[in-house]
Design a protein around this ligand. Structure first.
Ligand code: NI
Length: 182
């Protein structure tokens, strides 16, 4: 079953910068499949590998009519317009707060075969790309909230039933990828 448990806020893996992918093999393809299936199962707009406990620079997305994956992604803003709107994260279940983002971005990376990919689309996709690349740098969207909103968010997180709960009894190790990539 490729659907994996999503790591929640408080898990140190979400705060650890992920590593560049250098091996484009079956395990990477399996990781992308797991990310895709878990993202769909959980109803997410995107999912980054650290959210499945895998410290690699990979994410999947399915939002604003665009779907796919990016390996070793980077992005740059297009223009200097910004958007302020509700944002959520599968690692912070049931929560959403207004977060400021670039309105348009262009993302570049490679696919599972190492072929170059450029992704550019709607404002929703632009928000998603920025959110997922943040994940790969150990950054969560609560870090980007304005101070007042962040205060309310942290209080809500601390009060959440899932926060600080012990990890699931059955721990699924998603991938033996560590050690196989640099
Ligand atoms: Ni997220």
């Amino acid at each position: 079953m490729p659907v994996q448990p999503v790591r929640l806020f408080g898990d140190p893996v979400l705060r650890t910068p992920a590593l560049e992918v250098s091996t484009f093999d079956a395990e990477l393809r399996r990781l992308v499949a797991d990310l895709t299936d878990t993202m769909h199962e959980e109803g997410g707009a995107g999912l980054a590998a650290p959210q499945l406990g895998v410290g690699l620079r990979v994410f999947t997305y399915d939002c604003g009519g665009f779907a796919g994956h990016l390996v070793n992604p980077t992005f740059e803003p297009v223009g200097d317009e910004e958007q302020l709107g509700p944002e959520g994260c599968l690692s912070l279940p049931g929560m959403a707060w207004d977060c400021r983002r670039h309105l348009h971005v262009v993302a570049r990376g490679v696919d599972v075969h190492g072929e170059p990919v450029t992704v550019e689309g709607t404002e929703i996709l632009a928000r998603c790309i920025q959110h997922e690349v943040d994940h790969l740098n150990g950054v969560l969207f609560v870090d980007r909230l304005d101070p007042e909103t962040r205060k309310r968010a942290m209080a809500e997180i601390r009060a959440a039933q899932w926060f600080g709960a012990p990890p699931p009894a059955v721990k699924v190790s998603p991938h033996p990828l560590f050690g196989r990539v640099r």
